[in-house]
Design a protein around this ligand. Structure first.
Ligand SMILES: Cc1cc2nc3c(=O)[nH]c(=O)nc-3n(C[C@H](O)[C@H](O)[C@H](O)COP(=O)(O)O)c2cc1C
Length: 197
């Protein structure tokens, strides 16, 4: 079968994308508004954009409600030029879900999700203290791509729980990251090398 995204239409092409680009990592993005309100939301259109300087890419789509012209995360990044990407480990899955619900811009999503905002070293946005890894980012650029906005952020600090970092490597078993499938989730089912014997 061959499908033409234009013939599929926006909704089905989107469903094809989220069913075929799998599993996706989740950037759990914390920001602060110009008024000092903490915001937290997950984004699975997310990857590394450059190794040097270390740069992360997060794609933020249009708002699906009419509460505001854009998602709070995008507005805060535009206003402050900073954000933090936290990793969602399995014990934090429900808190991540809570933070994805459409809260109004004046809601502190850390409080809603029972999470602790911890101070960062370079940026004013808080990191999630309970996250095993958090990366402080300074905005590089925001590229409009179709209906979405691709946010590129230069990593300026990595935070990692001490026991997860040995000999320059991250302990992935303990990190236990949550992955996004189409609308569902997945977790590590085993780590192996190639070629297989
Ligand atoms: C696991 C997960 C992944 C998501 N990925 C994205 C994404 O890649 N892009 C996007 O625009 N929204 C994504 N969303 C939806 C946002 O998290 C949601 O719209 C959120 O309310 C935005 O919050 P904000 O207005 O505080 O920025 C995702 C939601 C979940 C639960």
């Amino acid at each position: 079968m061959i499908l033409d995204p234009e013939e599929l239409g926006t909704r089905d092409a989107y469903k094809f994308l989220i069913g075929s680009v799998v599993p996706r990592p989740i950037a759990w993005v914390s920001t602060v508004s110009g008024d000092g309100i903490h915001n937290l939301a997950p984004f699975s259109f997310y990857t590394v954009a450059s190794r040097n300087p270390p740069t992360l890419a997060v794609s933020i789509g249009p708002r699906t409600d009419d509460q505001a012209p854009q998602k709070d995360t995008l507005k805060n990044i535009r206003d402050t030029a900073e954000f933090v990407v936290n990793v969602v480990s399995m014990p934090l899955a429900n808190s991540m879900y809570e933070s994805s619900l459409g809260h109004s811009p004046d809601t502190d999503e850390f409080a809603e999700a029972n999470l602790t905002p911890a101070e960062c070293e370079v940026v004013r946005a808080p990191r999630v203290e309970e996250a095993f890894i958090s990366t402080e980012c300074v905005l590089d650029q925001i590229l409009p791509v179709g209906s979405d906005h691709l946010v590129l952020g230069k990593a300026v600090r990595f935070h990692i729980r001490d026991d997860l970092y040995k000999d320059g490597r991250v302990d992935l078993e303990t990190l236990d990251p949550l992955g996004r499938l189409a609308g569902n989730y997945t977790k590590l089912g085993g780590i192996f090398e190639l070629p297989m014997g």
